[in-house]
Design a protein around this ligand. Structure first.
Ligand SMILES: [Zn+2]
Length: 127
């Protein structure tokens, strides 16, 4: 399998995992799928997209479904430094917490450029 196939596989597993997380109370299979995403990325040295990575518990692989398996709160540091504010995600299953920056990072623009480059490559293939 090439890298594109592995990305498709991870995407499919992520969607299946989130669907199971939202529609059923049995999270075993959803966790198994999320765990498989991690092992695929490690075996093939592929990066998991930050959006996907941030919606799966790092400790127990539970997909974060807001209001069900995940609690979200905000940490306000001070009014003078709003750039230090953090979003705190707590796993409702194992209690693991993770802090994320509230603001878009500079890295995201770089990934946007990469996504644009991939789009151009796809357009070339279709021509
Ligand atoms: Zn957890």
């Amino acid at each position: 399998m090439n890298k594109q196939d592995q990305h498709s596989r991870m995407s499919y597993l992520y969607q299946a995992s989130m669907l199971l997380g939202t529609q059923t109370d049995e999270l075993g299979l959803a966790r198994q799928y999320a765990s498989t995403i991690r092992s695929i990325s490690q075996k093939n040295v592929l990066r998991v997209h930050p959006h996907i990575k941030r919606t799966i518990c790092k400790r127990c692989d539970t997909p974060f479904v807001y209001g069900k398996t995940c609690r979200v709160s905000y940490e306000i540091s001070s009014a003078k430094k709003p750039e230090l504010d953090r979003v705190l995600r707590t796993c409702a299953v194992c209690g693991a917490t993770k802090r994320f920056s509230d603001r878009p990072a500079k890295k995201r623009t770089k990934q946007g450029q990469v996504a644009q480059a991939e789009l151009n490559v796809e357009q070339q293939h279709t021509k």
